[in-house]
Design a protein around this ligand. Structure first.
Ligand code: TYM
Length: 327
């Protein structure tokens, strides 16, 4: 059975972008593939974090995975920092990655402009991500478009390593959703919606109240034509709303265009808000039940045990091939 693997950083409250680009794909594929879904908390400290908040978000994100439909019977769910092999493998892979490759990553270039004291971790972050993926021989990595370049780097590192030391890692492929690979900011639909946005009006968070969701969608930036059709170039705000509707209703953009062809922007926004509210309120109800149960710890203990065993084997194989230690 082929393997899929992905993770979402506990660096802020998850948004509908994260739901559509990352989690929904995993939910759809979990029937078909052996699935690994983890919390990349080590990635999160590449920029400064409040330790108390970070700890809370780790548990919260697992509860959200479950509430969004990630089935713990079909997925191995675990926390990255509870497996020491990830950072160890990352070091070895760093020694097989060129500075030029790391410097070329567009997310690094963007993020390093925004933070004051850029950590070395921000530069090496994609290599830790490569370790996360290659450790488990993932065939596919479901992600939004912003992570595609990182998965491609993991591919390049794996190919290089295999060429030098013999077959060691499966070559992973990114899986990018056809609809919703990049959900945009509501107030600036030419830029990607993000968990860590300072303007909360830009993002719909999975745990937003009904009132907030409606307010944010009703005040989303559009254009003045008042005709609904899909045109990313000239009508990015409307295209974004149609995309959100299409992804959450599981229907094509064409069908959504058809449905709203007579509608004005007010009606479109109201219907998008209705759909987002019903989707998120359903998730929130389950979320609170999971947060109050002991299930999360049980799932994470099992995930830790299972992934440490797999990772140990892979890591020792790597040590042997590279000539490290006494194995
Ligand atoms: P992160 O936490 O930034 O994002 C989690 C997932 O959500 C997707 N995403 C979006 N999709 C559509 N529209 C958006 N506006 C949007 N914003 C985010 C991301 O593409 C991603 O799929 N480096 C990763 C975490 C990670 C990882 C890994 C992922 C660490 N190791 C190994 C896969 C495999 C990250 O920061 O994602």
């Amino acid at each position: 059975m082929k393997r899929i693997l992905t993770g979402l950083q506990p660096s802020g409250e998850l948004t509908i972008g994260n739901l559509i680009g990352g989690i929904k794909q995993m939910v759809n594929y979990q029937e078909e593939y052996e699935s690994f879904m983890f919390v990349p908390d080590l990635h999160t400290i590449t920029v400064p974090q409040d330790p108390t908040l970070l700890k809370k978000r780790i548990k919260s994100i697992v509860a959200l995975y479950l509430a969004c439909g990630i089935d713990p019977k079909k997925n191995t769910i675990y926390i990255q920092s509870e497996n020491l092999y990830h950072a160890n493998l990352s070091w070895i892979l760093e020694c097989h990655t060129y500075m030029g490759e790391a410097n070329r990553m567009t997310q690094y270039k963007d993020k390093s402009k925004k933070v004051q004291n850029v950590s070395v971790g921000l530069l090496t972050y994609p290599i830790l991500m490569a370790a996360d993926i290659l450790m488990y021989d993932a065939d596919y990595v479901p992600v939004g478009i912003d992570q595609k370049q990182h998965v491609e780097l993991a591919r390049d590192i794996a190919l290089r390593f295999n060429k030098k030391y013999g077959d060691t890692f499966t070559i992973p492929e990114p899986l990018i959703p056809k609809i919703g690979a990049k959900i945009m900011k509501l107030q600036d639909p030419t830029k990607k919606m993000s968990k860590s946005d300072e303007n909360v009006k830009n993002s719909i968070f999975l745990l937003d109240t009904e009132e907030d969701i409606r307010k944010k969608i009703m005040s989303a930036v559009t254009d003045s034509e008042n005709k609904v059709y899909y045109d990313v170039e000239n009508k990015p705000g409307i295209a974004n709303l149609l995309t959100i509707y299409s992804a959450l209703a599981n229907i094509s953009i064409k069908e959504v265009e058809e449905k709203f062809k007579e509608a004005n922007y007010q009606t479109l926004k109201k219907e998008v808000a209705d759909l987002v509210v019903s989707t998120l309120l359903g998730i929130q109800k389950k979320y609170h039940t999971y947060m109050e149960s002991t299930l999360i710890d049980e799932i994470l203990d099992e995930g830790k045990r299972k992934t440490n065993k797999i990772a140990k084997e892979k890591y020792e194989d790597v040590l042997k091939k590279v000539g490290l230690g006494r194995i």
